[in-house]
Design a binder for this molecule. Structure first.
Ligand code: AMP
Length: 280
């Protein structure tokens, strides 16, 4: 069942709350297997599954792809109906943002929101944090599921939940990939056929760097420069960084729980990916 109005979704959930564990899977639609995996995970942890579909204007920069972002509601509903989702919340823009964005209350998780993707997309994580808070307040889920593909986003939402005392458990889903390793994303469809053929190089480069870390390479600067150089023949790299998984700070040679974060442009598509590396 799809509901658009905030009032109606609240009424619907009033009858469920307390009886059943409610999980929320937040999406911008144009659903692919990555999203559907989040839903399957939600079903393992909760009784009542809400999927939200909303292309959030606040997280797009003025020169970004808000207008052209793929909107495929009918197909999305079909995919979700085969998974037996209990409720799809697809609010209208004016219900989520009745006023202009620039006069709207905003939620910002400091410092980390200005790193990595935040450096290249100013205001992006404030847009994400703000809409996530709205969805949490509207749905009041017991559990939320987020994908590890957007690892920085996941990190920021964990902090937001802790800082703002939301009584919500966060579950993360591993990255779902295409056969050549490209992380699934709605933006992959911006890739031209020739670009699509080489897009898997991002994951290959992550794997190569991960392999060198496992072999004991500790010159992280050298590793990241090598990786950037390799990618630079086809991609415009925004960042490629080896970080501590715990706080996404730059990794030092004695750190064990690492994550390699990358964002790179290929044609019109900005691709992000990451790889966790455990050194023991
Ligand atoms: P989006 O619709 O792109 O805003 O993504 C909605 C949710 O799906 C976020 O929690 C993403 O991290 C997650 N997600 C998107 N793509 C993937 C993927 N390939 N694997 C796992 N999770 C994903």
């Amino acid at each position: 069942m799809m509901i658009e109005s905030i009032h109606a979704v609240r009424e619907k959930l009033r009858a469920v709350r307390g009886q059943q564990k409610i999980a929320l899977v937040g999406t911008m639609g144009n659903l692919h297997q990555g999203h559907l995996h989040l839903v399957k995970l939600a079903k393992q942890h909760a009784d009542y599954i809400v999927v939200s579909i909303f292309v959030n204007p606040m997280q797009f920069g003025p020169k970004e792809d808000f207008a052209s972002y793929p909107r495929t509601l009918e197909g999305d509903l079909e995919k979700l109906s085969s998974l037996d989702v209990d409720l799809v919340f697809a609010p209208k823009m004016q219900d989520i943002y009745p006023a202009q964005l620039d006069v709207h209350t905003k939620v910002t998780v400091p410092n980390i929101s200005d790193e990595f993707c935040g450096l290249f997309r100013p205001g992006f994580f404030t847009g994400v944090a703000t809409v996530v808070c709205k969805l949490f307040n509207i749905i009041q889920p017991n559990i939320v599921i987020f994908g590890e593909k957007d690892f920085q986003q996941l990190h920021i939402i964990r902090q937001l939940v802790q800082d703002l005392c939301f009584p919500i458990q966060i579950i993360s889903s591993p990255i779902i990939r295409e056969e050549d390793g490209l992380a699934m994303s709605s933006r992959n469809q911006y890739l031209l056929p020739q670009e699509r053929k080489i897009a898997g190089q991002i994951y290959q480069t992550l794997l190569n760097t991960g392999q060198k870390l496992m072999e004991g390479e500790v010159d992280f600067n050298n590793l990241t420069s090598q990786a950037k150089n390799i990618l630079a023949s086809h991609f415009k790299v925004d960042y490629f960084s080896i970080c501590k998984r715990e706080d996404l700070k730059e990794a030092c040679k004695d750190d064990k729980d690492l994550i390699i974060l990358v964002a790179a442009w290929l044609g019109r598509a900005r691709l992000i990916d990451n790889l966790c590396v455990d050194l023991c």
